[in-house]
Design a protein around this ligand. Structure first.
Ligand code: NAP
Length: 484
């Protein structure tokens, strides 16, 4: 594969929370890989900032250890690591006090792109924004990157948007949803809008239903206390699954431009019908002899928070009226698997005998593991014995199709951070989008809280509660297997 890496402009990227888990596991390894690929110019600088007092050398040593642990050996050389660490600087800065801000002001260059990554608790976003302004650090073309969770309901998301907008214009705010940085998610747009094959069929006339699954094998583990305050609806559906839904269902934007794409996504969220109680299944994983139950992980025996949710949705517009979208996500399930699956309708008339069997086309877009796209088409079963129909995959695994380099599909953070430096907001959520998603989510959560619903228990390593299977069975459909 020919590399088409175009270096970005020189930049100063400040990572607030530079000593934290996200910086260590995602942000810094992503920057390192972009560096190795030649995308980072010589003048690029990465400045870690947190309260911990340490020298730039100490921080660089810590980053070096993180790279060794997280970046596979075949993707790094000692020279590359040393050169990358050379670009690092560190300042002790307190979001809640005046410490370190003047130093940061002195450190920033006038002629480099300015980006500030808020990799800290959301409760500090306002403080950081205010101080960047108060100390005259951020220019009017500076970018700020904010991590999820963006609020935990509509009121808090609005408050956060209000606070950030006091100091930054919407064009400067990059709300990350790392699902949007995944290669396959971008490929969903390429497949839809770069081919004539699919778009004419992409509507209720030809699509029977859509399934979006994000299944995880792990439980809530060490994040139990945090997770118990949010649950699968807030942690996954309101953001990640909603974004996947939007990209699947949106109208073609007039061009691949940030506002054109985000306008279309927003229309999908606004067209979502309210969800009836019978169209939602919530679950909590049980314990096993090897692993604790959800309530043990959450250290809350009375917890009513869901670690699994399945929802049947309707989009009330011309394109999708009559085509249900089934979403599910959960923890401690049979396998780690994320996919969007488009189930097309049967042909209107079969020319074959009933014995031939009837088949439907299925297009699946795999996000993880093994990112790729698979289209199942119907053919004749080879050999004698008459006309019997079978499904075969037209499979495009990126790892296979793109050769050895394809196995190193860039991590979502690599793409997204470079987009921040390039000033491209297409794959970031706009403030009104986030608010619309909460406006749809809030009444659903309020309704089950008011009723005092308890999630159903499900076996660890399963596909979730029986009721989730019934959600499709009662419509004469079935979920794709998770695993196997
Ligand atoms: P973390 O490990 O707890 O790190 C928090 C960071 O914030 C540390 O570097 C800490 O350093 C710094 N910090 C705390 N108080 C500060 C202050 N007053 N001024 C300046 N820095 C301060 O958290 P994390 O897991 O990295 O998460 C960071 C953000 O990303 C959160 O919003 C989280 O929700 C989000 N997120 C994380 C993940 C993940 O996988 N970790 C995934 C998605 C989203 P000092 O103690 O030295 O100040």
């Amino acid at each position: 594969m020919v590399s088409r890496v175009i270096p970005v402009d020189p930049f100063d990227l400040v990572i607030f929370g530079g000593t934290g888990d996200l910086a260590r596991r995602k942000i810094l390894p992503a920057l390192f890989r972009r560096f190795c690929d030649g995308q980072m110019p010589r003048e690029a600088r990465i400045i870690g900032a947190a309260r911990t007092r340490q020298s730039a050398g100490d921080w660089a040593a810590w980053v070096g250890e993180a790279l060794e642990e997280i970046v596979p050996e075949r993707l790094r050389t000692a020279e590359h690591v040393a050169e990358f660490l050379d670009r690092l600087d560190y300042l002790a800065v307190d979001a809640k006090g005046d410490d370190g801000w003047s130093d940061l002001c002195d450190t920033m260059r006038a002629d480099a792109v300015q980006a500030f990554y808020f990799s800290v608790a959301p409760s500090l976003f306002g403080d950081l924004a205010e101080r960047l302004h108060q100390f005259g650090i951020a220019r009017s073309d500076a970018r700020i990157v904010v991590e999820k969770p963006f609020g935990n309901d509509l009121a808090s998301a609005k408050a956060l948007n209000r606070t950030l907008s006091e100091y930054f214009d919407e064009t400067q705010i990059y709300r990350i949803d790392h699902y949007l940085g995944k290669e396959t998610v971008q490929n969903l747009m390429a497949v839809r809008f770069g081919n004539v094959l699919f778009e004419p069929l992409w509507n209720t006339q030809y699509v029977d239903h859509v399934q979006i699954t994000v299944a995880e094998e792990v439980g809530v583990g060490g994040r139990g206390a945090y997770y118990d305050q949010s649950g699968a609806m807030r942690d996954m559906v309101q953001n990640h699954l909603m974004q996947l839904l939007c990209l699947t269902a949106m109208e073609p934007p007039s061009k691949f431009d940030p506002d054109a794409v985000r306008d279309e996504k927003l229309k999908v969220i606004r067209a979502l019908d309210p969800v009836e109680a019978e169209d939602i299944v919530r679950g909590q994983y049980k314990g096993s002899k090897d692993a604790p139950s959800y309530v043990e992980d959450a250290e809350n025996p009375e917890s009513r928070t869901e670690s699994f949710i399945a929802i049947k949705l309707h989009i009330a517009n011309w394109r999708w009226n009559g085509t249900p979208f089934y979403l599910r996500t959960g923890k401690r399930l049979r396998a780690r698997k994320s996919e969007i699956v488009i189930h097309f309708k049967e042909p209107p008339h079969s020319i074959f005998d009933e014995d031939a069997g009837s088949r439907t086309n299925v297009l699946s877009i795999r996000l993880q593991p093994d990112e790729g796209i698979d289209l199942r088409v119907t053919i004749k079963e080879p050999g004698p014995g008459g006309m019997r129909l079978i499904d075969v995959p037209l499979d495009m695994s990126f790892a296979e199709a793109l050769g050895a380099e394809g196995t190193d599909v860039p991590d979502a953070y690599e793409r997204l951070i470079m987009d921040v430096i390039r000033g491209n907001q297409t794959l970031f959520m706009r403030g009104d989008e986030v608010e619309a998603a909460w406006a749809w989510t809030d009444p659903i959560i309020e309704a089950w809280t008011r009723r005092g619903d308890r999630p159903t228990q499900y076996e660890p390593g399963s596909s979730g509660p029986e009721e989730a299977l019934m959600l499709l069975h009662r419509d004469g459909r079935r979920w794709r297997e998770i695993g196997g």
